[in-house]
Ligand binder design. Structure first.
Ligand SMILES: *[C@@H]1O[C@H](CO)[C@@H](O)[C@H](O)[C@H]1NC(C)=O
Length: 430
C-alpha cells in the first residue's frame, strides 16, 4: 500500500514537472536576444535577424515582443522560425510634439521589463548579425552605441531587466525630455552620463571581468552597430570590414526588405543573402517569400504574356496560312493600322488648334495638313512620351509587391512599365 502511494506521488510530481515545463514552455536560457515588432511589414526583417543570429551559432533564446498590430500568421511564422513570441500592449508616447510614426516607440522600454532574463541583447528589426556577438552578454548593466558624436543610438542595446528600473523609467517618462520625441531621446535623458562611459572591451580576460566592479554603463564600439549611413558617406565601411558584428540598415524610409534597396545600396546584399537561406517554416515561406505575394507575382508575370499569346492566337485564326511570321505581320499590321488612325485623328486635332492660334500660317497648314507637321508637335510629343513613361514607371512601381527579391522586382518593373506603356498607347489610339 505504501509502495503504491509513493509511486502515485512520484507520478504526480512527474506530471507536475511536465506541466510546468510545458506552460513555462519557452524560456530555456537566462540570457536572450530580443527585438520588437509593431506590424507585419517588419516581420521579414525579424525572420532574417533570427536567421543571422542562429547562423553565428548562438543557442540562446530569441524573444520577439509583438504589439497588437501584428497578425496571427506572422506570429506563427516567427514561432516556427524559432522565436519566442510575446504579446505586449503599446506604451503610448507622452510627447505631444513628435513625428507621427513615433506614436508607439516608447514600447521599446518594455525590454527593461523582461525580468525572465538576467540579460537581454536588444536588436532593431532592421539589423543583422554578421559575426558572433555572444560576448555582449558580458557587457555592463546598460550598453549602447554612440552616434552623431554624443547621442546614444537605441538600435543595439544590452540591458539588465529589472522591475525597479522599469518602474523608475515609467515614473519619469512624463517628465524627462526626449530630443527625438521617441524612446531614444528619452534614454539619452535617462542615462545622462552615457557619453562619458568607458568603451566595452570584449577581449578582457575573464578573471579581471569577474573581479571588476560592474559599471553602470558601457559604450559599444561601432562594429556592434555599423550604420549603413556610415557606408554611404565614403562608399566603404569606415571600420575594418572583417571586424563588423552588427549591420544596421538605417536608410530613412528605405528598408533592406524593399526590393529596390539592394540596387541602391551595396551592403543590402548581405541582408538578401541571409534572406535567401530562410527555411520553409510554414508552407510557401522559403527564402523569405510569402504566399500572398507569390500569387501576385505569378499573376504579374503571366498576365502580359497571356495577353500577347492571346493576340497571336487571335490573328492566327484570322490568317492561319503564314504560320511562321503571323505574329510579326499581325503586330506590324496592328501598328500600321494605329499609325494611320493617329495620323488622321491627330492632324484633325491640330488643325483645330492652329485655326484659333496661328492665323498667318493657317492656310499653309490647312493645305498641307496631311503631310506637314507643325513645329510645336515635336516638343509636345516629347512631353507626352515623357509623361507616359513616368506614369508607366510609377504605376508599375505601385503594382510590384515591395518585399519580393531584387531580381523579381526589377524584371517585373521592366515587364509592367512596357505593358502599361502599350496599354496607354492602345487607349489613346482608340
Ligand atoms: C512588466 O512585467 C510584469 C511581469 O512580467 C507584468 O505583469 C507587467 O504587466 C509588465 N508591465 C508592463 C507595463 O508591461
Amino acid at each position: 500500500m505504501k509502495a503504491l502511494n509513493t509511486s502515485w506521488l512520484c507520478l504526480l510530481i512527474l506530471l507536475l514537472f511536465i506541466r510546468l515545463g510545458a506552460s513555462d514552455g519557452h524560456r530555456k536560457t537566462n540570457e536572450a536576444y530580443a527585438t520588437l515588432l509593431y506590424g507585419d511589414k517588419f516581420s521579414l526583417g525579424v525572420r532574417v535577424l533570427g536567421k543571422s543570429i542562429r547562423d553565428t551559432g548562438s543557442k540562446k533564446d530569441m524573444v520577439v515582443l509583438v504589439s497588437d498590430g501584428v497578425s496571427d500568421y506572422a506570429c506563427n511564422l516567427l514561432q516556427a522560425d524559432g522565436w519566442i513570441v510575446e504579446k505586449i500592449s503599446l506604451l503610448s508616447n507622452p510627447n505631444k510634439i513628435r513625428p507621427s510614426r513615433f506614436w508607439g516607440v516608447y514600447t521599446k522600454l518594455k525590454i527593461f521589463n523582461m525580468t525572465d532574463y538576467k540579460k537581454v541583447v536588444y536588436l532593431d528589426a532592421d539589423t543583422i548579425v554578421v559575426k558572433n556577438i555572444e560576448e555582449l552578454f558580458k557587457c555592463a548593466r546598460f550598453c549602447g552605441n554612440l552616434k552623431h558624436s554624443e547621442r546614444m543610438n537605441s538600435g543595439v542595446m544590452v540591458v539588465e531587466p529589472s522591475i525597479s528600473l522599469f518602474n523608475d523609467m515609467m515614473n519619469k517618462v512624463n517628465t524627462l525630455p526626449s530630443y527625438t520625441g521617441g524612446d531614444q531621446g528619452f534614454l539619452n535623458s535617462y542615462y545622462l552620463e552615457f557619453p562619458n562611459a568607458h568603451v566595452f572591451e570584449p577581449n578582457m580576460p575573464s578573471e579581471s571581468l569577474n573581479n571588476r566592479k560592474v559599471p553602470e554603463m558601457e559604450r559599444l564600439s561601432t562594429v556592434y552597430n555599423a550604420d549603413v549611413g556610415l557606408y554611404m558617406l565614403a562608399n566603404k565601411w569606415m571600420v575594418d570590414e572583417n571586424e563588423l558584428r552588427v549591420i544596421h540598415y538605417t536608410l530613412g524610409p528605405i528598408k533592406p526588405w524593399d526590393w529596390w534597396a539592394s540596387w541602391l545600396v551595396k551592403p543590402v546584399d548581405v541582408w538578401q543573402n541571409i534572406r535567401e537561406k530562410l527555411e520553409e517554416s510554414l508552407p510557401g515561406t522559403r527564402g523569405g517569400q510569402n504566399p500572398k505575394d507569390s500569387l501576385i507575382v505569378k499573376f504579374l508575370f503571366l498576365f502580359p504574356i497571356c495577353v500577347v499569346l492571346f493576340c497571336c492566337y487571335h490573328s492566327y485564326q484570322k490568317n492561319p496560312c503564314c504560320f511562321g511570321s503571323f505574329c510579326r505581320t499581325s503586330l506590324f499590321d496592328h501598328v500600321r493600322h494605329h499609325y494611320h488612325k493617329i495620323k488622321s485623328g491627330g492632324s484633325v486635332a491640330y488643325i483645330s488648334i492652329s485655326t484659333s492660334t496661328i492665323s498667318s500660317t493657317h492656310e499653309q497648314l490647312f493645305n498641307g495638313a496631311q503631310y506637314k507637321v507643325p513645329a510645336y508637335l515635336g516638343g509636345v510629343s516629347v512631353c507626352v512620351c515623357f509623361m507616359a513613361t513616368v506614369v508607366s514607371l510609377g504605376l508599375a512601381f505601385l503594382l510590384v509587391p515591395r518585399q519580393v527579391t531584387p531580381w523579381t522586382g526589377l524584371l517585373l518593373m521592366y515587364e509592367w512599365t512596357f505593358t502599361i506603356f502599350i496599354i496607354y498607347l492602345e487607349v489613346i489610339s482608340i
